[in-house]
Every structure is written in structure tokens, then in C-alpha cells.
Design a protein around this ligand. Structure first.
Ligand code: ATP
Length: 234
């Protein structure tokens, strides 16, 4: 399990994350929710090791082992909003590079990965630029998974996705957390995907984790208070 305690982050002298505590157990999908600008991307970027934190800790707890301080990005794969794939390379070449970039060995990419992305299998010799948007997102996700992370982070996966793809994505994420025991962290302002997929939520308001719990507890009064039309004016 990855645990964050009292994490603070600044952009210059601007205090952006305030004492954030969060636990990310294996096999559990957690949704980071909040209005635009509340710190979702900043938080997941800190966890992915892409932004430094000013104070606090991020620690892995392994069963039977003593907790170890997280080195940036260790065991973590991140799919950013812009998806980041090599459009001039084939699907298979993208997967090779993703694996090698994380220090994994070369050699053929295991066909296991295509069990989760059957649509990509017949397209593996095609350049990524020839894939449609949904297939490109699947490739970004496959790139993230090919290194066998313990924690998979997705930033705003529903942005620009069709309704049909959001449903497919939800099914896939459920499989990944249930079958592979992956911790999944979704930063997402659209609650429909969170409700389909997440077990737990962490609600950010101006960089503070103002509520967290089971997704069933993310009820209308809480949403109205922290994400309703008057929330951003407070
Ligand atoms: N590189 C940066 N430099 C300075 N301020 C930044 C930077 N990136 C984000 N911010 C500010 O930090 C705050 C949190 O931004 P962040 O992008 O983390 O929010 P968010 O909840 O992910 O929003 P969105 O849903 O729009 O992506 C915002 O006020 C934003 O303007």
C-alpha cells in the first residue's frame, strides 16, 4: 500500500497542496475528485514523481516488510491527460520503448498485455498515428501497464472520450484492480466514471483533502457543498 502523509506542494511561493493524507491499497481504485483547479493533477503528478513535494511523506508498506520511503515514480505508471504516445512508431514499438524506458529488458513484449487490449492485437504493426482516439488511449494505457506497476494513475481519462469508450474503460479498470491487484488512482472531475469504477474517493478543495471515504458516501449534499455552483465562489 502507498501512504501519503501531510503532503505539501508549492508552485513558487504559491501553496497548492495542503497536508494531504491518502492511502492507496492494492486492488482498490481511488478517485481524486474536485472542481477544475483544485489540485487533482498536481496531486497525482507528485505521486508519480513528476513534481517535487515540499514536505510530508510518501511511503510503500509491504506486507511483512518495513515501510520504505518512495523514490520518485517507483512502481508507478502514469497516463497523463495528453496521453503521450509515439505517433510515428507502431503499437508494438511503443510498447517496447515504454518497457525499456523504465529499465525493463528488451525482447518481445509479452502477449499478456493484449489480453487486456484485444482490439490492439491485430493493429500491433500499425503506426500509432493510424489509431483512432480510443485506440490511442488504450495504447497509452498499455504502455503504462507493460512495466507491471503496482500503482496505475490516470489523469482525466474521460476527457475527450466517447461515452461508449468510458464504459469500456471502466470495465477494463475494474479488471485491472480485481485481477492484477493493482492500485488505481483516477483524477477525474466527471463523477459518472468515478461511480462506475472507484471503490473510494478523495475530494480536493483548493488543495485540501476535505473528504474521503467509500464512493457510496460521496452523496448529493457533499457534492453540492464542495463541487456545486457556489463552491468555487467561496
Ligand atoms: N505549473 C504551474 N505553475 C503555477 N501554478 C499552477 C501550475 N499548474 C497548476 N497550477 C495551479 O495550481 C492549482 C491546481 O491546479 P491543478 O491543475 O492541479 O488542478 P486540477 O484540479 O487538476 O484542475 P483541472 O481539472 O482543470 O485539471 C490551480 O490553481 C492552477 O492554476
Amino acid at each position: 500500500m502507498l501512504s501519503l502523509r501531510a503532503v505539501n506542494q508549492y508552485y513558487g511561493d504559491r501553496h497548492t497542496l495542503w497536508n494531504v493524507d491518502l492511502d492507496l491499497p492494492p486492488g482498490v481504485c481511488t478517485g481524486v475528485v474536485g472542481l477544475p483547479g483544485m489540485g487533482k493533477t498536481t496531486l497525482v503528478s507528485c505521486i508519480a514523481g513528476l513534481l517535487p513535494i515540499a514536505s510530508g511523506s510518501m511511503v510503500w508498506h509491504d506486507a511483512g516488510a518495513s515501510p520504505c520511503e518512495l523514490s520518485p515514480g517507483a512502481g508507478i505508471s502514469f497516463v497523463p491527460q495528453e496521453r503521450r504516445i509515439f505517433s510515428q512508431l507502431t503499437v508494438e514499438e511503443n510498447l517496447h520503448i515504454a518497457r525499456m524506458a523504465k529499465g525493463n529488458e528488451g525482447g518481445p513484449v509479452s502477449s499478456d498485455i493484449f489480453e487486456f487490449f484485444p482490439e490492439l492485437y491485430p493493429l500491433r504493426q500499425l503506426r500509432a498515428s493510424g489509431l483512432n482516439d480510443d485506440q490511442q488511449y488504450q495504447l497509452a494505457l498499455a504502455n503504462a501497464l507493460v512495466t507491471r506497476p503496482r500503482l496505475l494513475i490516470l489523469d482525466e481519462p474521460s476527457r475527450g472520450a466517447s461515452q461508449q469508450f468510458s464504459v469500456k474503460l471502466a470495465q477494463l479498470l475494474l479488471r485491472l484492480s480485481r485481477e492484477l491487484g493493482l492500485s488505481v488512482l483516477l483524477a477525474e472531475q466527471h463523477l459518472s466514471l468515478i461511480r462506475r469504477v472507484a471503490d473510494r474517493f478523495c475530494l480536493l478543495y483548493r488543495g485540501r483533502n476535505v473528504a474521503q471515504g467509500r464512493v457510496s458516501e460521496l452523496d448529493a449534499p457533499l457534492i453540492a457543498h464542495w463541487m456545486g455552483p457556489t463552491a468555487s465562489a467561496r
